[in-house]
Design a protein around this ligand. Sequence first.
Ligand code: NVA
Length: 302
Amino acid sequence: MNASFLRFSDMDPGEIEPLVRRAVAIKSGDHGAPLAGKSAILMFEKPSLRTKLSFWVGVEKLGGRPVYFGAEEVGLGKREPVADVAKVVSRMSQLAIIRTFGQDLLDEFSAAASIPVVNALSDFEHPCQALADVLTIFEVKGRLEGVRVAFIGDGNNVARSLAYAVAGSGGHLTVASPAGYELDQETLVGASNYDTELSGTVSQVRSPEEAVANADIVYTDVWASMGQESEASVREGAFAGYQVNPELMSRAGSDAKFMHDLPAHPGQEISEGMLEHPSSIAFQQAENRLWAQAALVEALLK
Ligand code: NVA
């Protein structure tokens, strides 16, 4: 694995399943204190529930001390150059966990830092989410290779990381999006060619019904991501017909499970009650952020 985890592909595909298995072991109580006497800085420029809580609790579980800075405190690249912040942080803490807008800020920070840097969501990727997602799929389906995942909605940060996670572990991801909101070509090609040993695939279609046919997992995310609030009403129009609801689930494979990275908007990307639908594993998925990231942090600090 690279020294940092800024995009999902910073991990070798062959490392995914071992890391998932390690997360399962950590979840069952098998963990040491690799962060004993160490501090992890969390710098978040966007709101967060799951990511902040799971990293905070996870760092403590591994024996470390989390130090949190909210949006207005550091002023990354505004109050102080990104590289200067990275150099200061590297002298006083052993891990940097950053949630921000541009992926370039993470790259710049990581280039100047001498400690591992973790992408806790950017506009471009959400790799920690994807790691928790494959852990959840592994728990529920007992395998990753050959699993068919349908992602309904925006070809966004979550979809991008998921493409690498699913295809990299030998699964098949089909993304269904309206025109103009597809997964970018670079990700489609990059994720499909990421692993050279397994035959995972990523494909893009228009129709949600086509995407979910025979799917083991049906996954969706918000239509307007953080930072896209002003586009919300335009997007609501564009994504009409892309709602995950019991009717769409009934077209998926038998025993298909429903996933959502949360927060969810019932009435938009999901119907009312979908999080409590018998197929939903969204809260198990949310909890798994903690365990997947604990395994990640342990690996980064080795
Ligand atoms: N795509 C969403 C994910 C939230 C966890 C966003 O970026 O807002």
